[in-house]
Write a protein that binds this ligand. Structure first.
Ligand code: SAM
Length: 357
């Protein structure tokens, strides 16, 4: 009898099922990514049932490809087909998880990460052999997918659940304060806040040029004069006592030097300032993550993106699953001592750390 954790895939037959599920599940993720980007799920949800020709016409797509896609989705039991194998339908119970009607329950967009992994696989293989990493510019669609991801996990609950986590923050935003979003990507959260709190001043910094250009253009189109975006490496943030509120959304674990960035954040905060760090909720010990509902996916996204972008810059390569214990250690080392932690029901993949200076 051994004391090691026993997994329930200990017979060859059971493990064969794991392998079959991997092949079918990986394939299904790519097909869902395609269904999401082509609008096929939305088109299918709008009708009771449709033939492949009707569905292709509705979505403006090639029928032969749509029919093969439907085949994969039927075998995965995502889509149903009638006895004549011609009429397809999306069961109402599946719709919230695949279409906009589900709001934050819609998981279809996340499958785009799986498709992104395939595009960088050869580069990552080289990293396995030689070390180092792939930089942000190796990831063609990363900022598109990320903006969609945070559009769901952050924007849907920013005003009702996230900002109220910090005592008195909403009142201060209404009165007028200086706010920084570090690693802001396309700046969706800042744009929403700038619109909602016209008396406050908002700054967004990101390492990458493309999302900053998009965020700047979005601010111009919305005619917002209280928000500015700039390409800046957070490691070089050399501002002291400059902001009342600093936020990072999913932007610490993939830093090259998260230790330096956290210290810079502490220095940049004014006395009584507040730092809100949203980052992946996990344990720093892999064994504790076995039951994590997204464990395999998150270690994979780490290998294929978050860890590698850090290593590409000679960084620590913390990885997506750096975990709560490591996060608290680094936050303490950066000078934060007053910390409260929250997990929100709609976003159980993330932990929200509220830190007061
Ligand atoms: C996982 S994305 C999150 C983006 C955004 N906060 C959101 O929630 O959509 C991490 C972001 O951090 C940025 N980033 C990484 N290292 C950075 C650095 N040293 N300085 C500034 N931004 C950085 C990346 O370019 C990327 O946009």
């Amino acid at each position: 009898m051994c004391n090691a954790h026993t997994v329930d895939v200990d017979t060859g037959e059971q493990f064969a099922q794991v392998m079959l599920s991997a092949l079918n599940g990986g394939s299904l993720a790519v097909m869902i990514s395609i269904g999401h980007q082509t609008g096929l799920f939305e088109a299918l949800a709008e009708v009771q049932h449709a033939t492949s020709h009707e569905l292709a016409a509705r979505a403006g797509l090639n029928e032969r490809y749509v029919r093969e896609w439907l085949g994969a989705l039927v075998c995965a039991r995502v889509v149903e087909v009638d006895a004549t194998s011609t009429q397809y339908s999306l069961p109402p119970a599946h719709r919230p998880f695949l279409t906009k009607q589900g709001g934050s329950d819609n998981m279809a967009g996340f499958t785009q990460y799986v498709a992104m992994f395939g595009r960088v696989e050869q580069g990552i293989l080289n990293c396995f052999r030689r070390g180092g990493g792939l930089d942000y510019d190796a990831f063609e669609r990363f900022h598109d997918i990320m903006a969609e991801d945070s559009g769901q996990s952050v924007l849907t609950s920013l005003f009702d659940h996230i900002l109220p986590l910090a005592d008195g923050l909403v009142d201060r935003l209404q009165a007028g304060i200086d706010v920084l979003d570090l690693g802001c990507g396309r700046g969706l959260a800042l744009l929403e806040m700038a619109e909602r709190y016209p008396r406050s001043r908002f700054t967004g910094y990101d390492l990458c040029e493309a999302p900053i250009a998009e965020a700047t253009e979005a601010a111009r189109q919305k005619a917002l004069s209280n928000v500015r975006f700039e390409q800046l490496d957070a490691e070089k943030l050399a501002l002291a006592d400059s902001f009342d509120f600093i936020a990072t959304f999913d932007a610490i674990h993939d830093q090259a030097r998260p230790d330096v960035v956290l210290r810079n954040i502490h220095t940049a905060l004014r006395p009584n300032g507040c730092y809100l760090m949203q980052d992946i909720d996990a344990s720093s010990h892999v064994r504790d993550n076995i039951e994590h509902p997204l464990g395999t996916f998150l270690y994979t996204i780490s290998t294929m993106h978050c860890m590698t972008v850090s290593l590409a810059r000679g960084g620590l390569g913390l990885g997506t699953m750096w975990g709560r214990q490591q996060a608290l250690k680094m936050l303490h080392a950066a000078g934060f001592s007053r910390i409260t932690e929250h997990v929100l029901p709609h976003d159980q993949q993330n932990r929200y750390y509220v830190l007061n200076k």
